[in-house]
Design a protein around this ligand. Structure first.
Ligand code: ADP
Length: 162
């Protein structure tokens, strides 16, 4: 079994769905590195350092997880970390086309990197960072969707930005 797996993503912000995937990956691999993307085609609500900090806090209960920012192509980042495994999460059908496209594009970029898809508990199948952002921006409670330990911090950070 490969020792290190990389889970790249935007994590704007991290949700219980991401954490479910990370917990699963951490039982399969010796070490899971979460790469928080510096550049992203999406407009982020949280800054890179805020996203990294929230991922760190939300995953501190998992000992073999390391969190850091990364920039550039995710496949190059995987190789730089001496890994050949990229973790991605698959939710409902809507993720499939996009994730398949990205995984095939990544394979074209590097044959060495294999994408492994993990599926969360069914209650997280429709949970997304976008949903959390929508709820937060209308003043609703996000406690069901993100770790309790960071939900207040997330809401406070959002308020600061108003
Ligand atoms: P990206 O911009 O790279 O898609 P995201 O943070 O949106 O970054 O997602 C990172 C990965 O986590 C993607 O593979 C996405 O499908 C997966 N993911 C996001 N939310 C969930 C969830 N609720 N359950 C399982 N996987 C998820």
């Amino acid at each position: 079994m490969k020792e290190i797996a990389i889970y790249p993503g935007t994590f704007d912000p991290i949700t219980n769905g991401h954490i479910d995937i990370i917990e699963r990956a951490a039982t399969i691999f010796n070490k899971v590195i979460i790469g928080v993307a510096e550049e992203t085609y999406k407009e982020c609500l949280f800054t890179l350092s805020e996203r990294v900090e929230l991922v760190k806090e939300g995953t501190k209960h998992i000992p073999n997880v390391h969190v850091e920012p990364f920039s550039g192509l995710a496949v190059n980042y995987v190789l730089e970390k001496d890994s050949s495994v990229m973790i991605r999460g698959l939710r409902a059908v809507s993720d499939f086309e996009y994730e398949l496209q990205i995984a095939l594009a990544n394979r074209t970029l590097s044959e060495e990197v294999e994408t492994i898809f993990l599926i969360p508990q069914s209650k997280y199948l429709y949970l997304s960072s976008s949903l959390v952002k929508q709820i937060i921006s209308t003043g609703g409670s996000i406690k069901e969707y993100v770790p309790r330990s960071i939900s207040d911090k997330m809401a406070a950070k959002f308020k600061e930005k108003q």
